[in-house]
Ligand binder design. Structure first.
Ligand SMILES: NC(=O)c1ccc[n+]([C@@H]2O[C@H](COP(=O)([O-])OP(=O)(O)OC[C@H]3O[C@@H](n4cnc5c(N)ncnc54)[C@H](O)[C@@H]3O)[C@@H](O)[C@H]2O)c1
Length: 260
């Protein structure tokens, strides 16, 4: 078990979606904590650029999470470099804002492929190589906890990620592998700038968040780091919400006492 003063130092970490907001912030945090970080993504230009800024212990590899051969290639590259995987962070994926009626079958399958199949392949690849134990952090979503209109395909895939995470926690506990999920609320990254998300009513949306603001990718990365490190050594099979209090419940509407 690692020293809890430097819980990530010397670990070998694989981050998917590392060219993006949450994956990128996670890679940066792990690198700053002294881990060897394998950044992976399908956006190779941004991923390589980011890896270069993180120093000699950061490496970039192309990894489409829906492609089994890509997973095998990265795990093999790590093994050949003498880096046994300690931590996997599954952060890849896009979102789709559309009603069920507007969602085509290929779009629905794309969400399931990226989030659910991608997580399944990652869990399987990591479990096969983490022979001395380790930690896996999957990224679900608040939308996998609270059903949300116009996020049906995405929410279904993210609910599946939570289910898969708990099954993996049960199945891998005896192998010394902890598996937990982080469920972010609205975080300021590219995914929420996509058409349909950067809605005109962002101000009223933010007012619906108990903490009255959106989250930063670094605030999700810090929770991922906690779940990946020995600081959470007796924690497995949980979903940790990072949502500014949104899923805590419903606030009663403010009733004006002013007389008309
Ligand atoms: N930002 C939010 O508000 C929010 C909220 C809840 C959950 N999430 C989840 O967090 C994760 C990271 O999202 P983000 O906000 O950093 O978005 P982002 O768009 O900044 O990053 C996502 C990254 O995933 C990569 N990617 C897409 N498809 C891929 C594939 N098939 N294989 C490998 N990489 C692929 C993209 O190239 C991108 O770099 C996603 O799973 C997302 O669903 C985000």
């Amino acid at each position: 078990m690692h020293n809890s003063a430097e819980p990530l130092h010397g670990t070998h970490v694989l981050v998917t979606g590392a060219s993006g907001g949450i994956g990128g912030a996670t890679a940066e945090l792990f690198a700053a904590a002294g881990a060897t970080v394998y950044l992976t993504d399908v956006d190779d230009i941004a991923g390589r650029k980011r890896a270069l800024t993180l120093g000699p212990h950061a490496h970039y590899h192309h990894l489409d999470v829906t492609d089994e051969a890509d997973w095998q290639a990265v795990v093999t590259a790590m093994e050949q470099a003498g880096h046994r995987l300690n931590v996997l962070v599954n952060s890849a994926g896009t979102a789709l804002k559309a009603t069920l009626a507007q969602t085509s079958l290929p779009e629905f399958r794309r969400m399931i492929d990226q989030h659910l199949v991608g997580t399944f392949l990652g869990l399987r690849a990591a479990a096969a190589t983490m022979t001395d134990g380790g930690a896996i952090v999957t990224i679900s979503s608040l939308r996998g906890v609270l059903a949300t209109a116009e996020l049906g395909a995405y929410g279904a895939a993210k609910s599946g990620v939570r289910a898969l995470t708990r099954v993996a926690a049960l199945e891998l506990a005896e192998q010394g592998i902890r598996v937990n999920s982080v469920c972010p609320g609205s975080i300021t990254t590219e995914i929420t700038s996509a058409p349909g998300f950067a809605a005109d009513d962002m101000e009223s949306y933010v007012r619906s968040i108990p903490m009255q603001r959106r989250g930063a990718p670094e605030e999700v990365a810090a929770v991922i780091a906690f779940l990946a490190s020995a600081d959470s050594s007796y924690v497995t099979g949980i979903d940790l919400l990072v949502d500014g209090g949104t899923a805590a419940g419903v606030r009663t509407p403010k009733i004006s006492t002013e007389k008309a």
